[in-house]
Design a protein around this ligand. Structure first.
Ligand code: NAP
Length: 245
């Protein structure tokens, strides 16, 4: 049985991953802003087989509270060996371009809060000599595009940060998993027109749970996004500048 903390546990993707954990009989601490929704998810996960489910209400921007959050989670579950960081907001690119404060706020929630939590988890897991830290980044972080480069650059920061963290913790019993979903049909993307490249939260959730179990360093999900992003990254700047992406 693993003892797992999920930050951003009301996320549709995180909930799908949590269902996989529950089926395996793991113990969970769900962290998020919406107490009622967290309680509803906790009840469902218990019915699906979770050994224990606790709920902690916290805004991810409240980074000062992270050490107490981790202490409390470890105390509730009798230890902590796995974490999934899933919270995020799909930044409004146009608003971020006209309002620097908004842009900094978006970068803070999507990158800085994630990096802060990763740092606390890394130090804790390094000291105990084992653990898995999984972070949901995005294919959007592989190359900045005019339509969403504020969100994309925050995810790029998360991708680079977790890459370095993985190297730092190599050989210390701690695995770091960087997750790069493509388009997933969740509340975050409700306003975007869907097409053949879109995946469902259960499909993506299953691949994330598997990657966390195996300690896969970088997961593109669905897998074909590896190829799509390899092509996008290879386009020369002078061509890329002319594209409407
Ligand atoms: N959907 C996609 O196509 C896609 C693609 C690539 C990567 N991702 C990433 O996948 C992750 C999960 O997103 P999703 O698609 O599952 O969307 P979602 O269902 O809208 O989930 C977003 C989650 O982030 C939480 N959140 C936002 N700001 C927060 C804050 N300040 N403090 C605590 N929680 C906060 C939300 O909490 P509330 O319920 O309280 O609002 C919600 O649980 C995100 O990191 C997202 O960037 C998504």
């Amino acid at each position: 049985m693993r003892r797992i903390l999920i930050m951003g546990a009301t996320s549709a993707i995180a909930e799908a991953v949590a269902r996989e954990f529950a089926r395996r009989g793991d113990a969970l601490v769900l962290v998020g802003r919406d107490a009622q929704r967290l309680q509803a998810i906790a009840g469902d996960l218990k019915l699906r087989g979770a050994a224990q489910v606790e709920v902690k209400v916290l805004d991810a921007r409240d980074v000062e509270s992270y050490p107490a959050l981790l202490d409390g989670a470890a105390q509730s579950l009798g230890g902590l060996d796995t974490a999934l960081i899933a919270h995020g907001t799909l930044s409004d690119q146009a608003q971020c371009q006209s309002d620097v404060g908004r842009m900094l706020d978006e970068f803070s929630i999507n990158a800085l809060s994630v990096m802060a939590l990763c740092t606390h988890l890394a130090n804790r897991f390094e000291a105990q000599g084992h653990g898995t830290i999984a972070v949901i980044s995005s294919v959007a972080g592989d190359r900045g595009r005019q339509s969403n480069y504020v969100y994309g650059s925050a995810k790029a920061a998360v991708t680079a940060f977790t890459s370095g963290l993985r190297q730092r913790l190599h050989g210390k019993g701690v695995r770091v998993v960087t997750i790069k979903p493509g388009f997933v049909d969740t509340p975050m993307t409700a306003a975007i027109k869907k097409g053949p490249l879109w995946a469902s939260p259960p499909a993506v959730g299953k691949s994330i749970a598997q990657a966390m179990q195996r300690g896969t360093p970088v997961l593109y999900t669905p897998w074909f996004w590896w190829g799509i992003m390899a092509i996008i990254k290879s386009i020369p700047e002078f061509v890329f500048c002319k594209l409407q992406l």
